[in-house]
Design a protein around this ligand. Structure first.
Ligand SMILES: [Fe+2]
Ligand SMILES: [Fe+2]
Length: 191
């Protein structure tokens, strides 16, 4: 039974981010197990897009909550963002690598290790603390914002641009816009 099933059933931001993490690890296993280069390339491009959406949404809505509510939150976020930057660098290398060359799987394995470490920190330490410090309804509403941000986020790695900047370039200025877009998108999605 998942943890969400033991609460009131509403999906909150932690459920969403944790499910994303599982999806990413699943894609990494598939890439490493894929026999032909074209499949590896497709799966890697899907992974890169998913990680970008997730990382941008975290930086927009989740890391600010960590900063606000967790003891040492600012330091934790600094550390997390540094790890995101390293992950983006690796994804850029993966984007540029030839899926038929051994280098491709080397970069994939390095990315796999970095992501596993980063997710483990978030899940073991930061996410439980968010649940402890933030009311359940607030975590559900942050989850809705994260879902919208993921739909709108850039999907290509840009190692030299901060994610918040990328996001505003893609979406336009003003975080209030996210709420308006979310209202528009609500009911239209199929997932
Ligand atoms: Fe993260
Ligand atoms: Fe994450």
């Amino acid at each position: 039974m998942t943890e969400s099933a033991s609460r009131d059933g509403a999906t909150d931001v932690i459920d969403i981010l944790t499910a994303d993490h599982r999806d990413m690890l699943g894609l990494l296993d598939q890439i490493e197990g894929a026999a032909d280069p074209a499949t590896r390339r497709d799966l890697a491009d899907t992974l890169i897009a998913e990680v970008m959406r997730h990382a941008v949404a975290e930086e927009m809505y989740v890391y600010p909550a960590i900063e606000e509510h967790l003891p040492n939150g600012a330091e934790e976020v600094e550390h997390d963002k540094q790890e995101h930057d390293e992950i983006v660098q690796l994804m850029k290398q993966l984007e540029d690598a030839d899926a038929a060359e051994p280098r491709f799987l080397e970069v994939t394995r390095e990315l796999h290790a970095n992501l596993r470490h980063h997710m483990a920190d978030e899940e073991a330490d930061q996410f439980p603390q968010l649940r402890a410090h933030i009311p359940a309804e607030k975590l559900v509403s942050i989850g809705a914002k994260v879902e919208t941000a993921k739909k709108l986020a850039p999907t290509r790695p840009h190692p030299h641009a901060p994610h918040s900047e990328l996001f505003h370039k893609t979406v336009g200025p003003g975080v209030g816009m996210i709420d308006r877009l979310r209202d528009k998108l609500t009911g239209r999605t199929t997932d």
